[in-house]
Design a protein around this ligand. Structure first.
Ligand code: HEM
Length: 524
C-alpha cells in the first residue's frame, strides 16, 4: 500500500505547499515590505547624495546642544555649498533661487523677508474671519470618505490668495494654486514626478497681477523674480504647510475619539495643546539644513569647520526628553512649550517660520469649523510624511454614525496602498534624486553668479565676522508676525509691464526647470 501512495502524495503536496507559501508571502506583504522599501530608499538616497551632512543631534553634538548649534550665528548658510540644496531646489522649482527659505543672508533676503512679514501682518480677528469664510465655502456639501490633505488644499489656496491680493479668490486662481502646491508636495514625498507645466501656469497667472498685491513687492527684483517669490512663499510653502499641518491635526483627532470630543468643547488653551502635541509628533520639517559660514568650536578639541552642512533632525529632537514619546498626549503641554524640546516653527534666532503665530490661530479656526460639522473617523496608519494624504470618514453631526464597516475597508485598503506606494516612492524617488543630482540647479546657479561677478564667489564666511550677523531673539520674534503694528495695506502704485514680464518668463523658465540659464552656453 505504501509503495503506491508515496508517488501520488509527493506531486500533490509540492504544489499545495508552494501555493500556500505564495499566499502567505502575499498576505504578509503589507506588514514587512513598506518598511524594507523605505530603508532601501534611504540607502539609495544616501548613496546618490553622499554623506556630507553632520546630523544634529548626533555623535558631535547631542540633544543638549541642539538649540545652541541651530542658533549659532555661523549656522547661517542656506543653499550654497550643500548637495542637499540641489535636491530642494529641484523640488521647489521654478524659481527656487527666489524662495525665501533658500535665499542666502543678505540684502535680497532681508527685502523678501520684510515683504513676507508685511503680508502676514493681519490683525488676529481678520485672519480668523478669513479662515472661517474659506472653511465654510470649502466644506459645503462635503461628506463621506475624503483625503484630508486634498480637502484642505483649495481652502488654504483661497486663504493665501486673499492674504496676498486682499480680494476674494477666483476659482481659476484657486485651482492653479492648489495644483501647484499639490504638485510640489507630491514630488517631495516621491509619490509622483514634477509637472512643471502645472507650476508654470501659476507663474503666468501671477505675472500680470503683481501690481495688485496689497503691499509693495521687494525692490530690485525683476517681475519674474517677484512672481517666483510669491509663488514660493505663499502659493507653495504656505498652502502646503497649512494643508499638511491640518491633515495631521484632523487625523489625530479622528484616531483619538475622546480627544476629538474634548476638543469640540474645549477652550483655545486646550486646543493649542492639541496642536502643539500634533506638531511635536508630526513635525512638518524632517530635516532643516544649514551651511556653516565660520568655524564653530564645540570644545577645546572639537571644531566644526566653515562650509560644513548641519542637518537638524526635528523628529529626533521632538522625541528626546519625553516619556513614551510616541504616545499622543496633549497634557505634556501643561508646561510652557519653550521649556520642552519643541520647535515646530524653527528656532527664533535662525530664520524661524514667519507664520509661527498666524498658523496655529487659523488652524484652530478651521479645525473648529470641521469639528462643528462632522464626526471624524479613521483607521489608517499615521506617519510623519503622511503619503496617504490622510484618508478620513466625515459623518455630518446628527446623522447616523455607524463607521465600523467603512473603517475595516479603510484599514485594508491603506495597508495595500502602502505596499504599492512604497514601491512607487522607491522608483520615482531614486529617479528624482538622480535627476536633481544631474541638473545641480543650486550649484550651477552659484557658479554662474560667480562667473558674472567674482565677488559672489566669496562665501559669507569671508564677508565679515559671522558673530556680527544680526539674529532675531525669541523676544523679538513676536513683532514679526500676525499682530505686527507695521501692517502695510496700501496698494503699491507700480506699473508692471505684463507683456514684458511674460516674455522674461518664457526665456528664464527653461533654466529653472532644466538647468540652462538664458545666455549661458552650457547645456545639460
Ligand atoms: C503649520 C504650519 C507651518 C509650519 C509647522 C511651518 C514650519 C516652518 C519651519 C520649521 C521653518 C524653519 C525651517 C528652517 O529652520 O530652515 C519654516 C520656515 C518658513 N516658513 Fe513656515 N511653517 C508653517 C506655515 C507657514 C506659512 C503659512 C507660511 C507663509 C508664508 C510659511 C512660510 C515660511 C517661510 C517663508 C520660511 C523661511 C523663513 C526664512 O528662511 O526666513 N510657513 N516654517
Amino acid at each position: 500500500m505504501l509503495t503506491v501512495a508515496v508517488p501520488i502524495a509527493v506531486p500533490i503536496a509540492v504544489p499545495i505547499a508552494v501555493a500556500l507559501a505564495v499566499v502567505a508571502v502575499l498576505v504578509s506583504l503589507p506588514y514587512w515590505l513598506p518598511r524594507r522599501v523605505v530603508a532601501l530608499r534611504e540607502r539609495v538616497f544616501a548613496r546618490i547624495n553622499g554623506d556630507e551632512g553632520i546630523p544634529v543631534p548626533g555623535g558631535l553634538a547631542g540633544v543638549d546642544r541642539f538649540r545652541e548649534l541651530y542658533s549659532h550665528p555661523a549656522a547661517n548658510g542656506r543653499s550654497r555649498g550643500a548637495a542637499l540644496s540641489d535636491l530642494f531646489w529641484y523640488w521647489l522649482s521654478p524659481g527656487p533661487e527666489m524662495h525665501q527659505e533658500h535665499l542666502e543672508p543678505g540684502e535680497r533676503y532681508d527685502a523678501v523677508a520684510r515683504t513676507t512679514r508685511s503680508l502676514l501682518a493681519v490683525p488676529k480677528a481678520e485672519a480668523e474671519e478669513l479662515a472661517r469664510r474659506c472653511a465654510a465655502r470649502r466644506l459645503e456639501g462635503v461628506r463621506g470618505m475624503v483625503r484630508l490633505r486634498d480637502l484642505m488644499m483649495p481652502l488654504w489656496a483661497e486663504f493665501a490668495y486673499e492674504l496676498v491680493f486682499a480680494e476674494p479668490c477666483p476659482r481659476e486662481a484657486r485651482d492653479l494654486i492648489a495644483a501647484n502646491a499639490d504638485d510640489v508636495v507630491t514630488s517631495l514625498k516621491c509619490t509622483g514626478l514634477r509637472h512643471m507645466d502645472r507650476r508654470d501656469r501659476l507663474t503666468r497667472y501671477l505675472l500680470p497681477r503683481l501690481d495688485k498685491v496689497r503691499v509693495p513687492l521687494p525692490d530690485g527684483l525683476t517681475p519674474l523674480e517677484q512672481a517666483y517669490y510669491l509663488q514660493g512663499a505663499f502659493f507653495n510653502t504656505a498652502v502646503v504647510q497649512l494643508s499638511e499641518g491640518m491633515a495631521h491635526l484632523l487625523l489625530v483627532l479622528a484616531r483619538h475619539p475622546e480627544e476629538q470630543e474634548r476638543a469640540r468643547t474645549s477652550d483655545d488653551r486646550h486646543f493649542d495643546r492639541v496642536i502643539n502635541e500634533t506638531l511635536r509628533l508630526y513635525p512638518l520639517f524632517g530635516i532643516a539644513h544649514r551651511i556653516t559660514s565660520g568655524d564653530i568650536a564645540l570644545d577645546e578639541h572639537t571644531t566644526i569647520p566653515a562650509g560644513s552642512v548641519l542637518c537638524f533632525n526635528y523628529p529626533e529632537f521632538h522625541r528626546a526628553g519625553f516619556a513614551d514619546p510616541d504616545r499622543f498626549d496633549p497634557g505634556r503641554f501643561d508646561r510652557p512649550a519653550k521649556e520642552l524640546n519643541h520647535i515646530p516653527f524653527g528656532v527664533a534666532a535662525n530664520r524661524p517660520c514667519p507664520a509661527w503665530r498666524l498658523a496655529p490661530i487659523v488652524m484652530r479656526v478651521v479645525a473648529r469649523e470641521v469639528l462643528d460639522r462632522y464626526v471624524l473617523d479613521s483607521s489608517v496608519s499615521h506617519t510623519r510624511s503622511l503619503p496617504s494624504r490622510g484618508p478620513c470618514l466625515l459623518t455630518p453631526r446628527g446623522a447616523p454614525h455607524r463607521p465600523r464597516l467603512a473603517l475595516a475597508y479603510m484599514r485594508v485598503r491603506d495597508r495595500w496602498e502602502d505596499v504599492w506606494r512604497s514601491l512607487v516612492q522607491l522608483v520615482l524617488g531614486t529617479y528624482m534624486v538622480w535627476d536633481a543630482h544631474r541638473l545641480r540647479l543650486c550649484e550651477r546657479h552659484f557658479a554662474e553668479a560667480a562667473a558674472r561677478d567674482p565677488a559672489e564667489e566669496r562665501h559669507p564666511a569671508e564677508e565679515g565676522d559671522p558673530a556680527e550677523t544680526e539674529a532675531p531673539t525669541a523676544a523679538e520674534a513676536p513683532d514679526r508676525t500676525t499682530d505686527a503694528p507695521d501692517r502695510a495695506t496700501d496698494a503699491p502704485d507700480r506699473t508692471t509691464d505684463a507683456p514684458d514680464a511674460s516674455d522674461a518668463f518664457d526665456a528664464e523658465n527653461r533654466y529653472a526647470h532644466h538647468g540652462r540659464h538664458p545666455g549661458s552656453r552650457r547645456t545639460r
